[in-house]
Ligand binder design. Structure first.
Ligand SMILES: Cc1cc2nc3c(=O)[nH]c(=O)nc-3n(C[C@H](O)[C@H](O)[C@H](O)COP(=O)(O)OP(=O)(O)OC[C@H]3O[C@@H](n4cnc5c(N)ncnc54)[C@H](O)[C@@H]3O)c2cc1C
Length: 440
C-alpha cells in the first residue's frame, strides 16, 4: 500500500491550473490567508460585493486538511447531537447543529450552482453503536433527534442486516441530508470560480509575518483593509491565540473499486456513510466509483505531536474493517495517507475579532468541512458588517476564553497533549455549559 493522498491522484487529468505565487507588493480590500474550506467560503461570500479580494495559500487551495479529508459532509463533526444537547440545552444545540447543517447545505448548493465535479454523493449517515457503551450511545442519539423534532430512524442489531452487510454492531441511528465529497477537487474547482469572479488567488504563497495592515510573504507583501486568517497550524508569530488549538491525527485508506455484487453485499439498500460510537472512531463510505474509503486512528497517534509516518495504524483499521464487513473482506486497499486536524479543547471552533486590531479576524480549530464553511462565511459577513445571524450570540460559543474543564494553568503541569485529551473527552461526555443568552 502506497503512502499517497488519493485526492491528489484524482486531480490528475483534470484541467485545473495552479496559480503562481505572489511576487511584489500589492494592496487589497480583504486578504484571506488560507484557502481550505473556511477561506474559500469567506471568499465566496465576499466576491461580487464590489470589494477587491485576495486569497493566498502556502500550499495549493485545499492542500491541507480540506484536501486530505474523508469528505463526510454531515453536521455531526466530533460532537453528536445528544452531546450538544447535554452541553448547551435545546436552544444552544439547535443553534450549533443548524450552523453545521447550514455548512453542509452551502457546500452542496455551491457545487450544484457552479457545476463543480467533486464526486458529490448523497449518502445518509449511519451512526453505529459498538462495544459496551454502543447501545446507550445509539439510544441517546435517537432520543436527542426525536426531542429536537429532527427526522431519524433507529435500527436494532438484527434490523441492521437489511441495510448493511456488516456484523458486530449493537444498533444504529440513520438520518438524511448528508453527503460525501472529494474536498480537494471541491477546493480546486472553487478556486476557478473565485478567479472567474475577479478574486486574486496566489498559491504557494505563505504568510510569514503580520505588521498592522501588512502581511508579508516570502516574495512580497499585501496591504489590506481587512485580514481574515483561515490558516491551519498557525505559528505564534501570526496569532496571539496559538494556545487555543492543537491537532488530532487521523489515517485514511482507499481501495480498488468494488464489483457490483460487492457493493450490494456491503450496502443492500443504498450506500451510507458510517462511523462507530468510540471516542477514537472508525469510519467508512463509498466513493462514486465504488471504492471503500475508510479511516480511524489510535489514542496515541491521534494526539501525536507530529505526523506519524507508519502504516501500522491503517493496517489495524483495515483488519477491523474486514472483521466487521465479511462480505467484502477480500477488497484490496491501494493508498493510505494521514492528516492532522486543528482542534480546540472543547471541539468547537474559535472565532476572534481581534480587539486591539479589529481589522484582523481569526478562524481557528474548525473541526469538519461544514463547520469550516460556516465559520468562513460567518466571518466574511462580519467584514461586510452584516448581522443577520445575531452575531453576538454566536460569538459566545466561539470565544477563545470560554471555559475548559482543565484550566490553562494546569496545562503547564500536564502538557498540551494530555490537557487536550482530557478536555475533549470531558467536552464530549460530561460538560454542561451555561446556556448562551438569546437576543430576541
Ligand atoms: C485526514 C483528515 C480527514 C478528515 N475527514 C473529514 C471528514 O470526513 N469530514 C469533515 O467534515 N471533516 C473532515 N476532516 C476535517 C476537515 O478537513 C477540516 O476540519 C477542515 O478542512 C478545516 O478547514 P479549514 O479551511 O479550517 O482548514 P484547512 O483545510 O487546513 O485550510 C487551511 C489552509 O491554510 C493554509 N495555510 C496555513 N498556513 C498558512 C500561511 N502561513 N500562509 C498561507 N496559507 C497558509 C494551508 O495550506 C491550508 O490550505 C478531516 C481532516 C483530515 C486531516
Amino acid at each position: 500500500m502506497r503512502l499517497e493522498d488519493w485526492w491528489y491522484t484524482t486531480l490528475m487529468g483534470t484541467p485545473l491550473r495552479l496559480q503562481p505565487p505572489l511576487h511584489g507588493d500589492v494592496r487589497t480590500n480583504v486578504l484571506i490567508v488560507g484557502a481550505g474550506a473556511s477561506g474559500l467560503a469567506a471568499a465566496l461570500r465576499l466576491m461580487d460585493q464590489g470589494l477587491d479580494v485576495t486569497v493566498i495559500d502556502r500550499n495549493i487551495c485545499g492542500g491541507s486538511s480540506t484536501g486530505k479529508s474523508a469528505g463526510f459532509l454531515t453536521p455531526d463533526s466530533e460532537l453528536e447531537l445528544s452531546q450538544l444537547l447535554r452541553r448547551y440545552g435545546k436552544d444552544g444545540a439547535k443553534d450549533l447543529w443548524e450552523c453545521a447543517q447550514w455548512g453542509v447545505n452551502r457546500m452542496v448548493s455551491t457545487i450544484r450552482e457552479h457545476g463543480i465535479d467533486a464526486d458529490l454523493q448523497k449518502q445518509d449517515c449511519l451512526f453505529l453503536g459498538e462495544g459496551k457503551s454502543g447501545p446507550k450511545e445509539v439510544r441517546d442519539e435517537l432520543a436527542a433527534r426525536t426531542s429536537m423534532g429532527y427526522h431519524v430512524r433507529g435500527y436494532t442489531a438484527s434490523e441492521l442486516s437489511s441495510v448493511i452487510g456488516a456484523v458486530g454492531f449493537t444498533g444504529a441511528v440513520r438520518y438524511a441530508d448528508t453527503y460525501g465529497v472529494n474536498g480537494l477537487r471541491y477546493a480546486q474547482a472553487l478556486k476557478h470560480v473565485l478567479i472567474d469572479h475577479g478574486v486574486h488567488v496566489y498559491e504557494s504563497t505563505e504568510a510569514t509575518a503580520i505588521d498592522g495592515h501588512v502581511v508579508h510573504t516570502h516574495l512580497g507583501s499585501i496591504t489590506a483593509d481587512h485580514i481574515v486568517f483561515c490558516a491551519d497550524k498557525l505559528p505564534r508569530t501570526l496569532t496571539p491565540y496559538f494556545w487555543n488549538y492543537y491537532y488530532a491525527q487521523t489515517f485514511l485508506a482507499i481501495s480498488e473499486p468494488l464489483r457490483p455484487q460487492e457493493v450490494t453485499a456491503m450496502f443492500p439498500e443504498e450506500p451510507f456513510q458510517c462511523w462507530d460510537s468510540h471516542f477514537i472512531y472508525a469510519y467508512w463510505r463509498l466513493t462514486g466509483d465504488h471504492r471503500v474509503l475508510l479511516g480511524g486512528g489510535s489514542l496515541w497517534t491521534t494526539y501525536a505531536k507530529a505526523d506519524t509516518w507508519t502504516d501500522r495504524i491503517i493496517e489495524r483499521i483495515i483488519r477491523r474493517f474486514r472483521e466487521h464487513w465479511p462480505s467484502v473482506h477480500r477488497v484490496h486497499f491501494r493508498q493510505f495517507w494521514m492528516g492532522r486536524i486543528d482542534m480546540t479543547r472543547d471541539l468547537m471552533p474559535t472565532l476572534v475579532r481581534e480587539p486591539t486590531a479589529p481589522w484582523v479576524h481569526y478562524i481557528l480549530g474548525c473541526v469538519g468541512l461544514p463547520w469550516a464553511t460556516f465559520c468562513g462565511d460567518f466571518t466574511a459577513r462580519h467584514v461586510l458588517s452584516q448581522t443577520a445571524l445575531e452575531d453576538d450570540r454566536f460569538y459566545r460559543y466561539f470565544d477563545p476564553r470560554r471555559r475548559f474543564v482543565l484550566p490553562l494553568w494546569a496545562e503547564k503541569l500536564t502538557g498540551k497533549r494530555v490537557s487536550f485529551v482530557l478536555n475533549q473527552f470531558y467536552a464530549k461526555y460530561r460538560q454542561v455549559d451555561a446556556a448562551a443568552p438569546r437576543s430576541g
